[in-house]
Structures are given as structure tokens and as C-alpha cells.
Design a protein around this ligand. Structure first.
Ligand code: CO
Length: 217
């Protein structure tokens, strides 16, 4: 079994040697501590790798990925990652990063059945329902792009309203939550301009965020 994956081990040896050559002591330093400034919450999609897109090395970004970059208040996995990143690692920025052409968002938008994941994507369908007046009049291609963006904005709100973030901001910890969208067609990240730096900004940023998408007549 492992024989057939030999090329991955070979890649790994080449990579580790190159890292150590370019930055002697790189791994021994990292082995003792990690001090990432960023928490990336993104989609599991293989085309959206956090480190490569942002040019960050191992040790520089804490990462949580799931199907359609969803943050749910009952998801112990995501909440544990956020809590550890905020309380223990003291990250300064949390970015929720969606991407155009997201299979999960498309399935939720089109009502396509996938299987077990339908239950997970129910949260994305809720986004579609909540904003239907800003969505239903759009042509399909545009609607799907907007849904990818709206899903990010909703999840930024979920991060900001989590008790972890509320407590952190409450004790004066400096953390900004951002919403980004990545385009798999050109490799570029766009800031959706919904950054929040404290509890007092959440409602305003959230309310204004959706005004860029006009309602249908
Ligand atoms: Co995706």
C-alpha cells in the first residue's frame, strides 16, 4: 500500500531538505512552539490550500477546514479550534475564506442531494432562505457567486457571535474577524469588507454587508 504512495514520501523528503537548507534550524525551532497570528477557516476543497494561497510557512497559520466553510454554534470541532486559537495561541486575525464554485454551496443552492452532507449543508440552505429576496431574482451564475459570498458573511457573523469571541473581545483581546472569498479561476483572494474588531461592530457590519446585494422587485 505505502509503496504506491512512494512519490509522496519522496516529495516530503525533498521539501524537508529544502526548508532546512534555506532556513537552518527551521524544524527544531518549530518543534518547540507555534505562534501563528492567523486562524484560517476555509473549505475542504483541494483547490483552496491556506498556506500556499497566502504564502505562509508552517507555524504561521492555524487552520480549520470543512465542507463549505461553515461555522455552526453546536459544532464542537470548529468551536474547539476557534477557542484554542484565541485563548491559547492568541491569534490576531481570523479569516473565514469561501471560494467561488464551492461544491457545497452549489449543492445547497441547487437543492442537489449528496447524502449525509445534506444535513451539514442545511446551514447553507438556511443562508439561501434568509436572503431569498436578494437572491431569487438573480440569474443562476450570479446567484451562485453571491451565495458563496453571503455564506462567508454569515459565517463571519457566527464566529463573531460565538462565546469565545464575545469573551475575548470582552476582556480587551485584539482580534479582527475577516470575510474573504477566493477565486479558483485566477488564484486571487478578495476581501469582502466585513471585518469586525469588537462586539460593538457586529450588528452594524452585518446589517450593511447585505445591502450591496439589491433586492428583487
Ligand atoms: Co468549497
Amino acid at each position: 500500500m505505502s509503496k504506491s504512495l512512494e512519490h509522496l514520501f519522496e516529495n516530503n523528503r525533498v521539501w524537508a531538505a529544502r526548508m532546512e537548507r534555506e532556513n537552518p534550524g527551521f524544524f527544531s525551532t518549530l518543534a518547540n512552539q507555534q505562534t501563528p497570528k492567523y486562524l484560517w477557516i476555509g473549505c475542504s476543497d483541494s483547490r483552496v490550500p491556506a498556506n500556499q494561497i497566502t504564502g505562509l510557512d508552517p507555524g504561521e497559520v492555524f487552520v480549520h477546514r470543512n465542507v463549505a466553510n461553515v461555522v455552526v454554534h453546536s459544532d464542537l470541532n470548529a468551536l474547539s479550534v476557534i477557542q484554542y486559537a484565541v485563548d491559547a495561541l492568541k491569534v490576531e486575525h481570523i479569516m473565514v475564506v469561501g471560494h467561488y464554485g464551492c461544491g457545497g454551496v452549489l449543492a445547497a443552492t441547487r437543492g442537489t442531494r449528496i447524502g449525509l452532507a445534506d444535513n451539514w449543508l442545511r446551514h447553507v440552505q438556511d443562508v439561501r432562505l434568509r436572503h431569498r429576496q436578494r437572491l431569487n431574482h438573480l440569474p443562476q451564475v450570479e446567484l451562485e457567486r453571491v451565495m458563496c459570498e453571503m455564506n462567508v458573511i454569515e459565517q463571519v457573523g457566527n464566529v463573531a457571535l460565538s462565546n469565545v469571541m464575545q469573551d475575548a473581545w470582552g476582556r480587551g483581546q485584539k482580534i479582527t474577524v475577516h470575510g474573504w472569498i477566493y477565486d479558483v479561476a485566477d488564484g486571487l483572494v478578495k476581501d469582502l469588507d466585513v471585518s469586525m474588531t469588537g462586539s460593538h461592530e457586529v450588528v452594524d457590519v452585518f446589517r450593511h454587508a447585505f445591502k450591496r446585494y439589491p433586492r428583487g422587485i
